[in-house]
Design a protein around this ligand. Sequence first.
Ligand code: GRF
Length: 207
Amino acid sequence: MNRRLGVLISGRGSNLQALADAIREGRLQAAIAVVVSNRADAKGLERARHAGIDALCIDHRGFTSREEHDRAVVHELQARGVGLVCLAGYMRLVGGPLLDAFPNAILNIHPSLLPAFPGVDAQRQAIEHGAKVSGVTVHLVTAELDGGPIVLQRTVPVLDGDTPETLSARILAEEHRAYPEAVQVILEGGWRVDGRRFVRSVSAASA
Ligand code: GRF
C-alpha cells in the first residue's frame, strides 16, 4: 500500500505527534505527506511545521457545503500522492467526496471501546454510564459516525475517582501507542473487510 499519509486535524494534534514520532523512531514505515486542519488555530499545525511537515489550513467556513470542503481537502491530499488518510482529532463528519476518493483508506481514532460511547465526550460518557473499562478504538471510516470496521482496540480501566480529565489522560497515552500500530497494520496489507469485520490473514496477524 502507498505509505504516504495525510493527517487531518482540528486541534491539539498529539496523535499526529505520536505518528510523526513513531515514523522518526522507525516503529512505523511511512511518511506524513501533509497535515490538513479545518481550523487555523489548531496547535497541531505548529507541531507539524516544527517537525518539517507540509501543513495547511482549509477552513470549512469558507465553503458553502460539506461536499465542497471535502473536495478541496481531497484535492490537496491527491496532489501530494496520499494513500492513507488518518483522522486525528478531526472534528468534522467525513462526507462522500473523501469516502469515494479513499475507499477503505481512511482511519479514525476514538477514545472509547466502540460501539460504546460514539460521538463527542466519549470519556465523560463512559464515566457517567458507570463503565469499569473503556479504551481506544482505531477503525476504518465509513459514512456512519464512529461506526466503521474495527482495526484495533486497547482497554483502559475506569477508576472510581476518575474525572473526564484523568480518564482522558490515561486513554490518550494508550492512543499514542495504538495509532501508529494500527497504521502499520493497514500499510502492511494482508487484510480484508468482511461485512462489519476487519479480518487479517493468519500470516499477517502472527507477524
Ligand atoms: C483524541 O482523544 C482522539 O481519540 C479524538 O480526539 C482527540 C484528539 O486529540 N478523536 P489530539 O488532537 O490528537 O491531541
